[in-house]
Design a protein around this ligand. Structure first.
Ligand SMILES: CC(C)(COP(=O)(O)OP(=O)(O)OC[C@H]1O[C@@H](n2cnc3c(N)ncnc32)[C@H](O)[C@@H]1OP(=O)(O)O)[C@@H](O)C(=O)NCCC(=O)NCCS
Length: 187
């Protein structure tokens, strides 16, 4: 993702997931075109904005975006879509099948995306979330996001304000003079 990790390559994030060529055990990998119908179904099941196949294709092909899927028994259970404009990362969408929520799947997907983004040089992650989406807001707060703004009437059907949330990400970088600086990720 973000130009330096080979696309289509199944990979596991930190957290102990072992490679599984049959994809029977849970794993997180980059989305492919073959996943698009499942992603659209998750959009609908999760009450998310419906993205067309072309939107998904564009994100999957883009070097500045990453779409990852959480797979169990060859079925797409959850997904996360991000776009990086370094040093910022934008969380575009995250969703988990309603019957599998509360199992830590979104946490694993988000951590994978943030870990990749940090490696690519991102320092902050931003997102918009519907004002009334308490479940997602609890999730983001637990992950260290804080509210930093409001976008009035940002959403349609129904019209609703968006909370803008930000997380400062932990990173260690070496300056041009060789000095190492560390951001703890705390706001
Ligand atoms: C928000 C969402 C992605 C969370 O996915 P998930 O896999 O259930 O989340 P996790 O299991 O990793 O939960 C992590 C934390 O989120 C919070 N959380 C999750 N579900 C919650 C709920 N029903 N009520 C309150 N907090 C909740 C908790 O703090 C939880 O930590 P805990 O289990 O230690 O209490 C999922 O609920 C979802 O798909 N919602 C519909 C789509 C959506 O609203 N997406 C976000 C907008 S783009």
């Amino acid at each position: 993702m973000f130009g330096f990790i080979p696309r289509q390559a199944a990979r596991q994030f930190e957290g102990g997931m072992k490679p599984d060529p049959d994809q029977r055990k849970p794993l997180i990998r980059l989305a492919t075109f073959a996943d698009i119908p499942a992603l659209q179904q998750l959009d609908s099941l999760c009450g998310l904005n419906a993205w067309t196949p072309d939107v998904y294709k564009g994100l999957i092909l883009s070097d500045s975006c990453e779409v990852t899927v959480w797979i169990n028994d060859r079925t797409v259970i959850g997904f996360c879509a991000v776009r990086s404009v370094c040093p910022d990362l934008e969380l575009l969408k995250i969703g988990v099948h309603p019957e599998r929520q509360g199992e830590g799947i979104a946490t694993a997907l988000l951590h994978g995306a943030l870990s990749d983004a940090i490696k690519a040089g991102c320092h902050e992650c931003f997102l918009e979330v519907r004002w009334s989406n308490n479940r997602a807001i609890s999730f983001y707060k637990k992950e260290g996001f804080e509210m930093v703004g409001i976008r009035r009437k940002y959403y349609r059907a129904p019209v609703e304000d968006a909370r803008v949330m930000r997380k400062k990400m932990a990173f260690t970088a070496t300056d041009v003079d060789g000095a190492t600086r560390t951001n703890t990720g705390r706001a």
